[in-house]
Write a protein that binds this ligand. Structure first.
Ligand code: 5GP
Ligand code: ZN
Length: 110
């Protein structure tokens, strides 16, 4: 999608510190990390948020969940990380392209 910062990272139009990529998912380090490990796991297809993920799309949903687990493993934080997705502006979503934060190395509440 035009003017989407994450679509631009996916298309290599702007740089990203990419830690994982396959056909449908990319993961890169957050530009303003809130924890020692702060990585964003992002489906390449542009969905605005979790709300827009088609309800029948078990394959995509499952792939994202497993990618989060695999990326956490690759980053060496298995067993001690938090996963967050901000769904919509009222929840603090700033980038309107579905993404999951992996945060580790610091305690967050909740
Ligand atoms: P949100 O609040 O939408 O859940 O989080 C968006 C995240 O994207 C923020 O943590 C922000 O620091 C990160 N971010 C915004 N622009 C860029 C960028 O150009 N590159 C990277 N790597 N992260 C970004
Ligand atoms: Zn996008």
């Amino acid at each position: 999608m035009q003017n989407c910062i994450f679509c631009k990272i996916i298309a290599r139009e702007i740089p990203g510190d990419i830690v994982f990529e396959d056909d449908s998912i990319i993961a890169f380090r957050d530009i303003q990390p809130l924890a020692p490990v702060h990585v964003l796991v992002v489906p390449k297809e542009h969905y605005r948020s979790l709300d827009e993920l088609p309800s029948g799309d078990l394959l995509n949903a499952g792939n994202i969940l497993l990618a989060i687990k695999n990326v956490a493993e690759q980053l060496g934080v298995s067993g001690g990380y938090k996963v967050v997705t901000n769904c919509g502006e009222p929840a603090g979503q700033v980038v309107p392209h579905l993404h999951f934060h992996i945060l580790a190395g610091k305690k967050f509440v909740p």
